[in-house]
Design a protein around this ligand. Structure first.
Ligand code: ADP
Ligand code: MG
Length: 489
């Protein structure tokens, strides 16, 4: 599911005030809808969802609340449907109290019953989702047919619809959407850059799909820089560079992926430079991707770099825990497999390198489940991913963690071992214990010993506390995430 919002992901969860609550959420598989929602109920429901939207942020709202459908009311029971068990569990775990409370505020005295709803199209939708692009569009113009010829095929899965948006990629996503939707060229070129497996190719294909669908007459060419070079070299060899130039210079949108490939390849760069200029002069759109920013690309001609810098440069950052969760959830739904929340959280914690690896891990877990027929659990997942987890585990030591955390919070390293209980030292110490548990393979007692001979239950408590705080306090969460990333290198 794509999150169409550009709001930053908010990690803060609503904290329901304690006491005075009589409502609970029942979670059943029952899909008997009871009475259809009346106008009043629908209005109250929309209001509840809107309030929650403001509280939890756009991204979480799009992921979890928007897909819920109000199905009806049966006596005191208000029933809402979600498409998967996973979503039901997630809502139960994260929004149960707050939803119940908001219902109460709207004078709905009964219970909320969240069910897995088979025909999920029915019921009251809050908004409609954009239509999925067709798998293939018939191209009519000659240029478009040409495009098919010189470009590379597009991956059907790489659509905007399936791109999960979070803080690390929201800017690149917004820019890509803008290019895809604009009638006049908004910036030229759009330069997307970021590390491997973070979604550059996905966004480029999404632009191409979108344009091919909304304006089938336009010729959109997507290809890798490598392929561009290969075509160019072939044209040189076959003495038909004129055709080559014609082909590339007559397209409406040219997208060249992984342009770092032509670093140090002078004649290809030269040809690319001319193609580039010719298209820009004609007001055609160019989209480029690379693993580095234009200025950091080595072995590129100055004039090309300055051209690349002319438009909009958008980077995709490393994933955050929240984004990884969102992506896993979306992927699990796409392949229609119920993956327990615990497993999803585990994967999001452990597979932090990039989205491709994350997808790979999920696919392995699911494939194992389907082949062997064993239920997906935390244990089976750990088993299946044994080698992968080991490889991603960098050998960071508890001492390194203590040092790093102490510096970050401006306390002495000796305070990691001391008996001082002041919040200003106790909290960083808890963070360090938590990170030791996350990033090393040390057991709780071992960790306790390294922290001034503390008991393993103290470590356990610290881990729980930090997990709680990460959920509640977004700036704390960012701190911890930052530390984790620095320590992982
Ligand atoms: P890059 O080109 O940056 O190396 P890709 O675009 O090939 O990365 O992405 C790698 C894989 O991860 C693809 O399968 C892609 O669909 C997936 N992916 C990356 N980012 C996202 C995202 N935000 N939402 C959904 N899938 C993503
Ligand atoms: Mg790529």
């Amino acid at each position: 599911m794509a999150l169409l919002s550009l709001d930053p992901l908010k990690t803060q969860k609503p904290k329901p005030p304690a006491g005075g609550m009589s409502l609970g959420i029942r979670m059943t598989d029952d899909t008997d809808n009871g009475r259809k929602p009346g106008q009043e109920l629908t209005a109250a429901w929309s209001k509840i969802c809107e309030t929650l939207r403001a509280e939890i942020g756009e991204a979480s709202y799009q992921s979890w609340i928007k897909p819920m459908r109000l199905l009806g009311q049966e006596g005191e029971l208000v029933r809402a449907g979600v498409p998967t068990r996973f979503m039901r569990e997630w809502i139960q775990a994260h929004y149960q109290d707050r939803l119940a409370e908001l219902m109460n505020g709207e004078g709905l005295e009964g219970e909320l019953d969240v069910v897995i709803h088979q025909e999920h199209g029915a019921g009251v939708r809050l908004e409609t989702k954009p239509a999925k692009p067709k798998t293939q569009t018939t191209e009519t113009s000659a240029a478009a047919t040409n495009g098919e010829d010189i470009g590379a095929p597009l991956d059907q899965r790489f659509t905007f619809d399936r791109f999960v948006v979070g803080k690390p990629n929201e800017f690149a996503y917004a820019a890509a959407r803008r290019v895809a939707e604009a009638s006049a060229v908004p910036f030229n070129p759009l330069f997307l850059y970021g590390g491997v497996g973070l979604g550059k190719t996905h966004l480029m294909h999404a632009i191409a799909w979108h344009i091919r669908q909304s304006r089938p007459g336009r010729s959109v060419i997507y290809l890798s820089a490598e392929k561009f070079m290969y075509r160019f070299v072939r044209a040189l060899r076959e003495h038909n560079t004129v055709d080559f130039k014609e082909q590339f210079r007559s397209v409406d949108v040219l997208m060249v992926d992984d342009v770092q490939f032509i670093s140090g390849k002078e004649s290809t760069q030269e040809e690319f430079f001319h193609t580039f200029n010719s298209l820009v002069d004609q007001g055609r759109q160019i989209v480029i991707s690379a693993d580095k920013s234009p200025s950091d690309l080595e072995g590129m001609e100055e004039r090309l770099i300055s051209r690349l810098n002319c438009g909009l440069v958008a980077d995709i950052h490393a994933t955050t825990y929240e984004l990884r969760l969102g992506i896993l959830q979306a992927k699990a739904e796409q392949i229609r497999v119920d993956v327990p929340l615990k497993v999803v959280e585990f994967l999001a914690h452990k597979i932090t390198s990039n989205v491709r690896e994350l997808e790979g891990a999920l696919n392995r877990v699911v494939a194992h489940h389907q082949l062997v027929g064993r239920e997906i659990t935390l244990e089976t997942s750990q088993d299946v991913l044994h080698d992968l987890l080991k490889a991603s585990e960098r050998r960071v030591t508890i001492e390194e963690i203590q040092k790093r955390v102490a510096t970050h919070f401006n306390i002495r390293v000796s305070d990691m071992h001391s008996a001082r209980r002041a919040r200003s030292v106790a909290r960083p110490r808890q963070v360090a214990m938590y990170l030791s548990k996350q990033l090393t393979s040390r057991s709780l007692p071992e960790i306790g010993r390294k922290f001034g001979g503390r008991d393993h239950t103290t470590v356990m408590h610290a881990v729980k506390k930090v997990e709680e705080l990460r959920e509640q306090d977004s700036s704390f969460n960012e701190d911890v995430e930052l530390l984790r990333r620095m320590l992982e290198g």
